[in-house]
Design a protein around this ligand. Sequence first.
Ligand code: ASP
Ligand code: MG
Length: 433
Amino acid sequence: MNQALKVFKFGGASIKDAAAIKNVASILQDYKDQKLLIVVSAMGKSTNALEGIVNAHTAQDGKAFELLEQLKQEHFGIMAELFEEENEVFAQVNDTFVEIEWVIEEDPQHEDYDYLYDQIVSVGELVSSRIVAAYLAKSELPTEWLDARDVIITDNLYREGWVLWEETLPRAQKHALPKLEKGGFVLTQGFIGSTSENFTTTLGREGSDYTAAIFSYCLDAKSMTIWKDVPGVLTADPRLFDNVTKLDRMSYREAIEMTYYGAKVIHPKTIKPLQNKTIPLHVKSFIDPQGSGTFISAEVEDIYPPMVTVEQKQAVLYISTRDFSFVAEQHLSQLFSLIAKYRLQVNMMQNTAISFVVCVNDIDDRVHKFKENIKEEFKVLIDRDLELITVRHYQKEMLNNLRKGKIVILEDRVKNTIQMVLKKVPMIERKEN
Ligand code: ASP
Ligand code: MG
């Protein structure tokens, strides 16, 4: 029966080494007789390492094979701690890594960067899912491996594939349901999908949560759980702030808002599919699996404590017309279509009579490309290395504390949310004498 299905997602930190994978298996022992679909990310920081291979390959700096070899050794080292030599997982993982060799043997000149990226980076999840599935099977938890690319169909916007729901839905039922009916777990990859022509795509960094939500939606899961290295959804990042507390409950709406504003605990695209089918989401700790975690559901809006998110690597662009004409509607629509083209992720914007100011994530060389494209018509000044702080349900008293030692470049308040773009400046201090 579909009703009883649960979907679990384990991220990179939860499977970063042999001990971590053993811990996941021990958590799953408690769910042995349940109908479970498990989504895993790449192990530890493998995705970053794979990005390094893509960059080495496209730069043709001669390091790609060496970096690949390192990553393979890390995986094989972990596997040696988990499996007997004759386990077929060694061959499966080896064959999967060979796919990277095929790509990096070719001349990158003829290929689009984003396309190459997806072909190489997707291997992280393909191998981690093989390893975890094999280890669960070895731990008397029968588990079938499912290729997420048979299910999740996207458009061909590489690195940020948009899910084609009409194609994905029937495929989830066709490929995942029969496997689930057999009893035992089904385990698949987060983050990856396929175009309808069978080319591998990815859904955007940290996209595995979203994958779990896609499966939950398509298979009418009873609930979804994200297993994290924190006790649940916290009011701020404990590495940056004191007095951080866990939220026990939260509405979908609040979760959408806070992830939209940069809370890293859940991928922002995750909530909507769950909300559409009223599938509750648990955020729980893989370090303390008995802990209560956070329960996200359709419950009535509650009263929330102040919640703070911080996003680094922000750039603010000050754009004005060269002829001092007003930044009128036709300019704005031209700018916005370029913002979409260069995939600048906009976090804040303001306009004055002759200028348009926008704060974006400073990723790759997107800001530079955007500027190059508009510089004939517009004057563009860029401020980089900024920090964006968002406070929901803020209390006035805490704001000064957050601004301390920084200057405020932009500030915006909408209802109970305040956003501030801050720049670190060396504060001049009076000498003591
Ligand atoms: N492995 C991918 C990443 O690191 C996806 C994920 O972890 O959710 O971005
Ligand atoms: Mg991750």
